[in-house]
Design a protein around this ligand. Structure first.
Ligand code: THU
Length: 126
């Protein structure tokens, strides 16, 4: 868990957040124990911004990882994943623990289903 949080902190250093000034880092641990980090990347058109959680996950998928066992997200205030990220975490990871940490070192752990109860997913597709 400490390694995952440290990787999210490391990824946060690369945050590209010129509009909000709010740096976020995330890291996801694959089933084989690899850790892949990501940061938030903002766009001048705001809505195209990619959160740290999705950056980490999309990076992991693009590098060939397919199964995940935990995620950490770190920000100054201990921000909780946004709605879009909650859906993507559920879709790609299932009911993993999500460590939500502050840069001061404090953290809480929620599960993906805590974050997105009664989720829509591919089981509801025809
Ligand atoms: N953000 C994340 O990267 N993850 C979160 O969990 C919450 C929000 C980013 C998006 C945007 O770059 C900035 O934080 C302010 O919303």
């Amino acid at each position: 868990m400490e390694k995952l949080i440290q990787s999210a902190l490391d990824a946060r250093k690369n945050s590209h957040a010129p509009y909000s000034g709010f740096a976020v880092g995330a890291a996801v641990e694959s089933s084989s124990g690899d850790i892949i980090g990501g940061c938030n990347v903002e766009s001048s058109s705001y809505g195209l911004t990619n959160c740290a959680e999705r950056t980490a996950l999309f990076r992991a998928i693009s590098e060939g990882h397919t199964s995940f066992k935990a995620m950490a997200v770190v920000s100054e205030t201990g921000a909780s994943p946004c709605g879009a990220c909650r859906q993507v975490i559920w879709d790609l990871c299932g009911d993993i623990p999500v460590i939500i940490a502050k840069t001061d070192g404090s953290n809480i752990t929620k599960t993906a289903s805590d974050l997105l109860p009664d989720a829509f997913d591919d089981r509801q597709l025809p």
